[in-house]
Write a protein that binds this ligand. Structure first.
Ligand code: M6R
Length: 608
């Protein structure tokens, strides 16, 4: 979704802004622009194409002089993608330039008031009211104008503001949309996402809701919502610059797929000290845990699919009912929740609007909130009672891979940790899981080392109109993810079905040659899934079955098989998903799709 960058320093602002916007491209956008202050006026460059067009338009930034500026990638909400609607937006007197993430809910009322005051609007955006309000309230004191303007705004925002009268001041304001300050040498920066900052600095300050920052190259002043000076801690990001670069891969997605053994290992190791699982100083004490009688898992997209696996694992280990639900449904359902409910919110970005809203809803009802999050300091991490971080590092490709894989690991660890305390699983079962977990990274590596096999299989799928994924139990949960991965990047229609449910309707869609992928990792349900394979086979389906080594012999030449290494039945998702990430990648590659930035999608969905 939208992205913000801002620079105040001694060097070229345009250079930082363009490079920063390039780092934010992965979030998804349909237009972009920068404004740099030079000789008391703004130089603007905008595009409705890719950031590379901005580079070209400005000769890599060299044509735009000045060392104070703001930039933006826009994902259209109010008004189509167009140059007029793209940010930065200017006040009528061209003294203020503004970039904005979020939605100003009362913009139409404000716009009418401003029109009545004589202001002229050139865009359809909600954002444009902000520079006009700044102009209206500006009487020579920028701070006063910003304060008066922010008071008028309802909704969510992260703002970057510059004023032609103040050649060194970069202003940042946050309410409900993420915004981070980068503390550099001879420069200070603003970005909506740390990936835009890591190449310049690792020292950051996370703004809180209601805070406003005034930055110059040498100073940082932050005020809280009451106008009092806020004392903020500088955090050091542990992501390095290489994590935001492709490092020789053609796409971030492939790089991130290949990083999974390492990320899974790091995640395991951060919660496993000398063979013992420890979740750190979490507030979910033994006493509290013992009172939990229900677990709600809420999330969106792939994080929801990780939760779907978590349901099977946690119910098996804890014997506590687990409900997994899409955050967008949960938040408007009036769920039955109290202080004995544990709500687990899963989110790679930690900024997904629906997941955050669901979290707040559950919290209001007294539930203990445990978040499984990748991005340190993100909104969901901050709003939760406890956070278990995944150690995936920055995930740039829109299609999540390592984010999902590390979420699974945290859910397993949570299950084993809680089962140990509650005594709900037998010691041998827990030991078997503990012994197997450290082997998962090398087993993932083994699958990855045979990726060319999957590249070959992808050829059979590239021309398909529709593909079905079927499975039972954890296989079904993985089918959901396999299907999403394929459709989001290859644009081929696909559906995931519980294998036993097919004959209740969907089987009517199976015709001669329809590809059906049967996930058969759950050994105890092999015979059941095999019956479903036979049902679709009898109707002409081309079946590809995914099975664990040594487990399954189809004795049927028509069924192609894809093997993954055998593992503990509760951990199969971690291995079974890998071939399907690769399959989606290679099908999309073959079909010439934009793998890292699939059409219409954004990496982090910060609107509901
Ligand atoms: O950042 P989150 O984990 O909260 O994001 C949730 C979904 O938007 C995300 O998983 C999405 O479905 C991905 N594009 C899937 O690859």
């Amino acid at each position: 979704m939208c992205g913000i960058v801002g620079y105040t320093g001694k060097s070229s602002a345009a250079e930082f802004l363009l490079n920063g916007l390039e780092k934010l491209e992965y979030r998804g956008y349909d237009s972009a622009g920068i404004a740099v202050l030079h000789d008391k006026s703004f130089e603007i460059s905008k595009t409705i194409e890719r950031i590379e067009t901005l580079f070209a338009q400005t000769s890599n930034g060299n044509n735009i002089k000045g060392s104070l500026g703001i930039g933006h990638t826009r994902w259209a909400t109010h008004g189509a993608p167009s140059l007029e609607n793209s940010h930065p937006h200017l006040s009528n007197d061209r003294k203020f330039a503004v970039v904005h993430n979020g939605i100003i809910e009362n913009y139409s009322v404000l716009k009418q008031e401003l029109i009545d005051d004589g202001f002229q609007f050139t865009s359809e955006t909600d954002t444009e009211v902000i520079p006009m309000l700044l102009q209206k309230y500006y009487k020579g004191d920028i701070k006063a104008a910003v304060t008066a303007t922010l008071k008028k705004l309802e909704g969510s925002f992260a703002l970057g503001i510059i004023c032609a009268d103040s050649p060194e001041t970069l202003i940042a304001a946050k309410r409900f949309s993420p915004l981070i300050l980068g503390i550099g040498e001879n420069c200070n920066l603003v970005a909506s996402d740390v990936t835009a900052l890591v190449s310049h600095t690792k020292n950051v300050i996370y703004l809180e809701d209601g805070e406003t920052a005034f930055l110059t190259p040498a100073s940082v002043e932050i005020y809280d919502s009451e106008g009092a000076m806020a004392n903020k801690r500088i955090s050091v990001i542990d992501w390095d610059i290489s994590s935001a670069q492709k490092s020789g891969y053609d796409h971030f997605m492939m790089k991130e797929i290949m990083e999974q053994p390492d990320c899974v290992k790091k995640t395991l190791e951060s919660y496993n000290k000398n063979g013992e699982i420890t979740l750190g100083n979490i507030k979910l004490t033994e006493q509290k845990l013992k009172k939990i009688n229900k677990i709600e898992i809420v999330a969106c997209g792939s994080a929801y699919h990780a939760g779907a696996v978590g349901k099977y694992v946690l119910e098996e280990l804890l014997r506590i009912p687990v409900n997994v639900e899409l955050a967008s449904e949960f938040r408007y359902r009036n769920p039955i929740i109290d202080s004995n409910t544990l709500t687990v919110v899963i989110s790679q970005s930690g900024e997904t609007a629906d997941s955050l809203a669901a979290l707040k809803e559950a919290k209001k009802m007294g539930s203990h909130i445990l978040a499984v999050v990748n991005v340190v300091g993100s909104s969901i991490a901050k709003a939760a009672d406890d956070v278990l971080y995944t150690r995936a590092g920055p995930e740039i490709a829109v299609a999540t891979t390592k984010g999902y894989s590390t979420q699974l690991i945290v859910l397993y660890l949570l299950g084993i940790w809680a089962a140990n305390i509650l005594g709900t699983a037998n010691k041998e079962q827990l030991k078997a899981l503990n012994d197997e977990l450290p082997l998962i990274p090398q087993k993932i590596s083994k699958i990855l080392s045979q990726k060319s096999l999957i590249q070959d299989i992808a050829q059979d799928f590239a021309n398909a109109k529709s593909i079905f994924f079927i499975g039972r139990n954890i296989d079904y949960a993985v089918s959901l993810e396999a299907s999403l991965k394929l459709k989001e990047i290859s644009y081929i229609h696909s559906e995931a079905y519980a294998a036993g449910e097919l004959k209740h309707g969907t089987i009517s869609l199976i015709e001669d040659g329809t590809p059906v992928v049967a996930l058969c990792g759950c050994k105890r349900l092999h015979d059941k899934t095999l019956s479903n394979i036979k049902e679709v086979g009898a109707r002409g389906a081309r079946v590809l079955a995914c099975v664990a080594d040594r487990d399954f012999n189809f004795k049927d030449d028509k069924i192609k098989t894809l093997n993954f290494p055998a593992t503990n039945p509760l951990l199969i998702a971690s291995l079974e998903v890998i071939p399907f990430q690769l399959l989606a990648y290679y099908v999309a590659l073959q079909n010439g799709c934009d793998i890292d930035k699939p059409r219409n999608l954004a990496k982090s969905v910060t609107v509901e």
